[in-house]
Design a protein around this ligand. Structure first.
Ligand code: HEC
Length: 273
């Protein structure tokens, strides 16, 4: 259920004190915590570990529930555990009635669901952060746990949301041409891609905010919740040349590049008239 990357990162520091990690006897779970993971590494809810859940707009978080022993050691939750998440609306890829939350005064976020497209993520839920909001910038997420001994339990975590990092068009040009140019014909390269969606077309589509671009490209969903299909890769967990999936910073940079492309295209159209 949990990715090995996340689990070892949590186990390692505490395993030096108590060697419960990996012991064959199932440890007693005293509490559950919400764990979130992004490309930049894991963060654990503040309730037992002293790291807050943090995110920026454009992030896609993998949320999981982790068991904690009385000694404060993170262990995988027992099998049979069911988790229901609340705190943000659910957008189902391919559901025409689904709506992407608008960037209002509160942090805007959505759980994204389409099991057919999310395999091997090792997460209970996938959360996309649309906008940081203007007020308290805190999003309360609740996991209702059932299917294990005792009453259904509720645990909550507060996510500190900040704005999307600003992008660098030069860096973005590089990231885009390396990862997307083969199909989306990076402007100036002259390569005609297999897709009819070239860099200019992407740049011209105003429905994509930087954050929606970062979320949609990763989960394979356009701003109307329609699935991106065909040859378009699912970028969420796709490892790139640097050994990591594309980060929110990468998307900010690519968006800045597409914006600069749009300016160039608009200018050359002007000259043609
Ligand atoms: C192997 C080919 C391929 C690669 C590589 C690729 N794409 Fe795509 N992309 C496609 C295809 C095909 C579509 C059309 C999907 C559809 O219409 O369902 C698409 C659609 C899209 C769309 C939606 C366009 C719209 O307005 O509906 C965006 C945005 C996008 N790609 C961004 C990217 C970015 C950013 C990268 C690089 C990180 C990338 N793509 C890499 C093939 C590719």
């Amino acid at each position: 259920m949990l990715s090995s990357k996340m689990f070892s990162a949590i186990c390692l520091p505490v395993a030096l004190v108590v060697s419960a990690c990996g012991s064959s006897e199932a440890p007693r779970i005293a509490d559950y915590v919400i764990v979130s993971e992004t490309q930049t590494g894991p963060a654990v809810s503040a309730s037992l570990m002293e790291t807050a859940l943090v995110a920026t707009a454009g992030d896609v978080l993998y949320l999981s529930v982790l068991g904690m022993t009385a000694e404060g050691v993170g262990v995988p939750p027992p099998s049979g555990l069911k988790v229901n998440w609340s705190g943000a609306p659910l957008a189902v890829v391919g559901d025409p009635d689904a709506k992407i939350p608008s960037a209002g005064a509160d942090p805007a976020a959505m759980f994204v669901d389409n099991p057919a497209r999310f395999v091997d993520l090792g997460a209970d839920a996938v959360l996309g952060i649309v906008a940081p909001g203007t007020r308290d910038r805190e999003l309360r997420l609740t996991a209702t746990i059932s299917g294990v001994e005792g009453d259904p339990q509720e645990i909550s975590g507060v996510l500190d949301v900040s704005g999307m990092p600003s992008g660098n068009a030069e860096t973005g040009r590089d990231v885009f041409s390396k990862n997307c140019g083969s199909c989306h014909a990076s402007t100036g390269s002259g390569t005609a891609g297999a897709s009819s969606v070239d860099a200019e077309a992407l740049a011209a589509d105003r429905r994509w905010s930087p954050a929606l671009f970062a979320i949609g490209v990763r989960v394979g969903m356009d701003p109307a919740c329609a699935p991106l299909e065909g040859a378009m890769p699912i970028w969420l967990n796709k490892t790139t040349a640097n050994g990591f999936p594309l980060s929110t910073q990468d998307f900010a940079d690519m968006y800045a590049f597409l914006e600069s492309t749009r300016a160039v295209v608009a200018e050359s159209n002007q000259r043609k008239r």
